[in-house]
Design a protein around this ligand. Structure first.
Ligand SMILES: *Cc1c(COP(=O)(O)O)cnc(C)c1O
Length: 465
């Protein structure tokens, strides 16, 4: 399998290169040259398979030429062996047609672990036997940071520099990042919002001097391997609810458009997906883009769902590429226009293509709280605020007889204050987070400028071999 850039000029790469690189050299994102497909018979044959076996069947075509199935299985067994639930991503029934897919049983309590535990092992596997040293630079609104740090802490040949917006992540999220003592972990609080932090990371990747000196790598969902790992649970859940004979709908709490794009990939691979509900909070650039074709960035509003407080969704570019006849040069011009003015119109082809599968829903804080109380009172489930945004949207989009799966992206204990405010109950921390509140924190605070952050990283990172 080869991978091509959404902006049409960077060289095509294989799975190893695309995993280590993250962003393409032309500023685009990598996508598979073609979508592999699973026939209905092969999807039917996934019934009853374990999570790891499902993962191997779904991901094998994407790693073909670089890893065989045995190697892939070993990595998946190691990655998903660290989850605290034997099903890895269990389904929970809420009412007749409404289901929750619990994606938060990994080490840092959010769905990011599903992809990042595997990515950490892929990095290690691809660096073994080389003199290469990887400098991971990432921006996080909370959950990517802790999951990425857990996945690479203490691994040799890797340094990780994680930027988070100061004061905009929950205390549990912050502590999960700053209390990791491994010397290869560097936490940077940025005086700015998440989009500013993400723009700084992009600027470093696009800076020729910086990126020639260090082998920069990405753990944000611009990294293809992350999305690939997320495709698996769409298959795992849908097969349990009747696919391929029955189509299943999903509601996805959306920020950077990575998780819901993985659902789109599952559909392109042949999974019968009835619809993908793109659930956003009041930071609704995606809802506006999908409803009116207006992709324009506004001021970020801080909400109880910080992982969705985003006004630029990186992975949306992958969808626009696929729906725009895969014309990289046209998309490069469209995206450059957006980068200059923070606004663009979708083409008719992009709008029509998206409307077949994606349904936007914008959910405010009141509806979020109502969904949390409904889950608690009517289904006995305590859910986190992000999951509640998607559940509220899922209930608006319910269709009799079509299973609707809400992706539960974080453990409620990760956002205890918000859960307590909405339901009056304070969720307990699961045992696997241990003595989080007693451990010492390590973090620097820097201005949101390329000079300040670049200098800090350059002083501490190991140059290319
Ligand atoms: C990252 C995250 C999201 C948003 O996922 P995207 O892939 O960025 O759209 C939603 N909920 C939680 C809890 C998250 O950590």
């Amino acid at each position: 399998m080869r991978y091509v850039s959404t902006r049409g000029t960077a060289p095509a790469l294989d799975f190893r290169e695309v995993t280590l690189a993250g962003l393409a050299s032309d500023g685009g994102l990598y996508v598979p040259e073609t979508w592999p497909t699973l026939t209905p018979d092969r999807i039917a044959a996934l019934a009853g398979l374990s999570y790891v076996d499902t993962a191997v069947a779904v991901m094998a075509p994407f790693v073909a030429g670089v890893m065989d199935e045995g190697e892939l299985r070993d990595l998946c067994t190691a990655a998903y062996g660290r989850f605290s639930h034997a099903a890895v991503t269990p389904l929970v029934q809420l009412d007749h047609d409404q289901w929750l897919l619990e994606l938060f049983h990994g080490p840092t309590l959010a769905f990011k672990d599903v992809a990042l535990q595997l990515l950490g092992l892929l990095f290690e596997r691809f660096l073994t036997g080389t003199n290469d040293h990887l400098t991971i630079v990432g921006a996080t609104s909370g959950d990517t940071g802790s999951a990425a740090i857990d996945a690479v802490a203490g691994r040799s040949g890797i340094d990780i520099f994680m930027l988070h917006p100061e004061g905009r992540v929950s205390e549990v999220q912050r502590r999960q990042m700053t209390t990791v003592g491994a010397p290869n972990v560097h936490n940077i609080a940025i005086r700015g919002d998440f989009d500013t932090a993400q723009a700084l990371v992009k600027a470093m990747f696009n800076d020729p001097a910086f990126s020639s000196r260090f082998r920069l790598s990405a753990v944000n969902s611009i990294n293809w391997a992350r999305l690939m790992a997320q495709v698996v649970y769409y298959f795992y859940a849908a097969v349990r609810l009747g696919a391929p004979d029955r189509a299943v709908a999903f509601s996805v709490p959306t920020g950077n458009f990575g998780d819901v794009f993985a659902g789109y990939v599952a559909a392109r691979m042949g999974l019968p997906v009835a619809k993908l509900v793109v659930a956003t909070n009041v930071n609704d650039i995606l809802a506006r883009a999908l409803a009116d074709g207006d992709y324009s960035s506004r001021q970020v509003v801080a909400t109880p769902t910080p992982s969705m407080d985003i006004q630029v969704s990186s992975n949306f570019e992958r969808l626009l590429f696929d729906l725009g006849a895969r014309d990289g040069h046209a998309l490069a011009a469209q995206m450059q226009g957006f980068e200059a003015t923070r606004a663009m119109r979708l083409t008719n082809a992009q709008r029509d293509g998206a409307s077949g599968l994606f349904v936007p829903e914008r959910v405010d804080v009141d509806d979020m709280a109502l969904a949390m109380r409904w889950a608690s009172d009517d289904a006995g489930q305590t859910i986190d605020p992000h999951t509640a945004i998607a559940l509220s949207a899922a209930r608006r989009q319910a269709v009799e007889g079509v299973p609707m799966v809400t992706l539960a992206t974080a453990h409620p204990a990760k956002f205890r204050d918000a859960v307590e405010r909405a339901t009056g109950q304070r969720p307990g921390l699961p045992a696997r987070v241990g003595d989080l509140f007693d451990r010492e924190e390590r973090c620097v605070t820097l201005d949101a400028t390329f000079d300040a952050v670049g200098a800090y990283i350059a002083e501490r990172a190991t140059p290319r071999a």
